[in-house]
Design a protein around this ligand. Structure first.
Ligand code: HEC
Ligand code: HEC
Ligand code: HEC
Ligand code: HEC
Ligand code: HEC
Length: 306
């Protein structure tokens, strides 16, 4: 089936399914990944190769399947040189985000800046502006383009050696309701959204967008006055410019410990994008890539003394 007939077929299915299920209340189905052992077994495996059910072929029309898990985020050579972005392989577009302070809550005391680098890493997919497969150094020698550090070049992505046929380059954006045209402006959420089909996970909540006023503040200063009598717990550990809550007091910044980057809370303060094993639960990764599972609000209460 060529890509056009595939699209027509899919549009037909989509219309039928959505009209039949119009009153169905959506719940995100459990993932097909095991969420154990490696990032390869999580939703951040964008090759989808280890999920049971052979689903990666469906997605091959909408992003380059590089066949490697790490490369969507990291490269050993030719990475970004921005601070606190370890060997970062993704396009970071210059963006002005609508920050949490613009919500105007009277309670907020700290200074909010634009998201710092340990948030921009995540937002390079989760703000929906950049294709999932927009990387600087694609697998194979010579598949490198310096301008990819700041802008997405669709012709470069199209030329990838391993591409099996016409591939669109989708991001997590949800603004588009027609199937991809190869310009990179269409989104994964054309399929991954409410009620399209009971087996396709809904990603609309994962598309955080560029308006961060409905998200826990990032780029927010962590108070320097903490401890008894204040609203804040004291991060005991220091590593370079970072602080962390050294729960096991081994003086190492472990992945299951909440951290403050250069005095600020960022996405990676609460989340580890590779998954954090929970020894109390057969080393299953904690839900939602969290460093500390939020059972009993344990995550929130690490920082907030409430
Ligand atoms: C043509 C529709 C379609 C498009 C477009 C699409 N997907 Fe999918 N996706 C599916 C289907 C179908 C499944 C399999 C659902 C199942 O049965 O588990 C799936 C499953 C997935 C899964 C596995 C979910 C899990 O946890 O088990 C991931 C991850 C995923 N898609 C990512 C993406 C990304 C990223 C994009 C955009 C680059 C994308 N998809 C675009 C149809 C689509
Ligand atoms: C979905 C994106 C993503 C994927 C896929 C990914 N990483 Fe990462 N990785 C990150 C981010 C973001 C950071 C920085 C976290 C921070 O700010 O502290 C990171 C940090 C790291 C670090 C240094 C800090 C740490 O947490 O240990 C190593 C090492 C690393 N990744 C290795 C890997 C390897 C190896 C793979 C493939 C098996 C991989 N990563 C796949 C996003 C990813
Ligand atoms: C890494 C530390 C950290 C963690 C973990 C954390 N917060 Fe916060 N939170 C902050 C900081 C810092 C602020 C900014 C406080 C200020 O400047 O007034 C904040 C602000 C807030 C605010 C107030 C915003 C306002 O407008 O006044 C709420 C509500 C909040 N957090 C709830 C939560 C919840 C719920 C959780 C758990 C899901 C959580 N926080 C986890 C550090 C954290
Ligand atoms: C290479 C693109 C990419 C990067 C970079 C990335 N993500 Fe994701 N993330 C995705 C996609 C695609 C999904 C949806 C997959 C699915 O649901 O099957 C996702 C899903 C998630 C989920 C939902 C998981 C769940 O089980 O509900 C969380 C949480 C998340 N990402 C957090 C982060 C954080 C935090 C960072 C940065 C530290 C980050 N991501 C970096 C692509 C990315
Ligand atoms: C203060 C801690 C904290 C910070 C900072 C934070 N998150 Fe989360 N995030 C959470 C918690 C807790 C959940 C789980 C919510 C739930 O289960 O409903 C979550 C859920 C998510 C999800 C899954 C969708 C959802 O709402 O359940 C995504 C995607 C995500 N976070 C991405 C990000 C990105 C990107 C950033 C930075 C812009 C970020 N997070 C910053 C605590 C945080």
């Amino acid at each position: 089936m060529d890509i056009r007939s595939y699209r027509r077929w899919f549009a037909l299915i989509a219309m039928t399914v959505s009209s039949v299920l119009a009153t169905y209340v959506w719940a995100d189905p459990p993932t097909r990944f095991t969420n154990n052992g490696s990032v390869a077994n999580t939703r951040h495996n964008l090759t989808q190769s280890t999920a049971t059910g052979g689903i990666s072929a469906v997605m091959d029309l909408f992003r380059n399947n590089y066949g490697e898990v790490c490369v969507y985020c990291h490269t050993p050579h030719g990475s970004q040189t921005l601070q606190q972005m370890p060997l970062w392989n993704r396009t970071i577009k210059a963006t002005t985000y609508t920050t949490y302070d613009q919500l105007g809550t009277s309670t907020l005391t700290g200074t909010v800046s634009q998201p710092g680098n340990p948030s921009l890493t995540c937002l390079s997919c989760h703000d929906g502006q950049t294709a999932i497969d927009s990387i600087i150094n694609m697998p194979g020698s010579g598949n490198y383009l310096a301008s990819q550090t700041t802008s997405q070049n669709t012709a470069f992505l199209d030329a990838w050696d391993g591409a099996t046929g016409p591939t669109s380059h989708f991001g997590l954006n949800s603004n588009n309701n027609t199937l991809g045209d190869g310009t990179g402006t269409q989104g994964c959420t054309i399929c991954h959204r409410t009620i399209l089909s009971a087996t396709i996970p809904d990603f609309t909540l994962f598309n955080i967008g560029t308006d961060l006023t409905n998200d826990h503040p990032v780029g927010i200063t962590f108070p320097t006055t903490t401890g008894a009598g204040t609203d804040w717990n004291t991060p005991g550990g220091t590593k370079g410019t970072s602080l962390y809550f050294d729960v096991n007091t081994n003086t190492k910044m472990d992945k299951d410990e909440i951290r403050i980057y250069s005095g600020q809370v960022e996405c990676a303060s609460c989340h580890d994008p590779h998954g954090v094993p929970d020894p109390a639960n057969g080393n299953q990764f904690k839900p939602t890539f969290l460093r500390v599972a939020n059972t009993g609000s344990a995550l929130c209460l690490t920082c907030h003394n409430k």
